[in-house]
Design a protein around this ligand. Structure first.
Ligand code: IMP
Length: 188
């Protein structure tokens, strides 16, 4: 199954989750333009729709956003731009003494050769008081998953991969592939 991303971390996480249960993942390392839209679902679908004629066979991609409740879901679909501009330190300054409740949302869009299917996964948690931990990427050092006392930047990658937004979206995707009797046609 072709996974289109330019992000090594996303590839490592997804391939480890899928290959553990017998799904082969081929990395198509490729940067593509993302639109700015109101939802992560729209961004992901738009990218997949534009890539489908270029790739010409089935593939999937994913988009992830960090949604902070006290900021009405910001940065959400703007997560990439916000990470590149104000970064984790900027997020901590923005929320200051507001409520720290937040979640990550991953949306996978799968192109099956004719149509598109979307699968999502969410991880609830809170924004840490400071940037902590060197593991993971992006917002991981400021995000504490519900039920944990450390950030995703501190927790082992195996823990992140067993509870994450990405894990949940991939699980829904693999269930769909299994239930629909899907046969991978990208092995060649
Ligand atoms: P995108 O899905 O590549 O557009 O990611 C949006 C932003 O969220 C980027 O700045 C990523 O670094 C960040 N991001 C994506 N996935 C994760 C994750 O699993 N943990 C922390 N940050 C993430």
């Amino acid at each position: 199954m072709i996974f289109v991303t330019s992000n090594q971390h996303k590839y490592d996480e997804i391939s480890s989750i899928m290959q553990n249960v017998g799904f082969k993942v081929q990395w198509r390392k490729m940067k593509y333009q993302e639109i700015q839209a109101d939802t992560t679902e729209e961004v992901s679908l738009d990218s997949a729709t534009k890539l489908a004629p270029l790739i010409g066979k089935e593939f999937f991609l994913e988009d992830t956003g960090l949604y902070i409740a006290a900021l009405n879901g910001f940065p959400g679909p703007y997560s990439s731009y916000v990470q590149d501009t104000i970064g984790n330190a900027g997020i901590l300054r923005l929320i200051d003494d507001l409520s720290r409740t937040a979640f990550f949302l991953t949306v996978i869009t799968f192109y099956d050769g004719t149509g598109f299917h979307q699968f999502s996964g969410r991880l609830d948690g809170s924004i840490a008081g400071e940037i902590t931990g060197k593991g993971g990427f992006g917002y991981d050092p400021i995000f504490i998953p519900e039920g944990e006392s450390q950030t995703l930047g501190q927790l082992p990658l195996s823990t992140k991969n067993s509870i994450s937004h990405r894990r949940r979206a991939v699980t829904a995707f693999m269930e769909f592939l299994t239930e629909s009797g899907h046969i991978d046609s990208t092995d060649d």
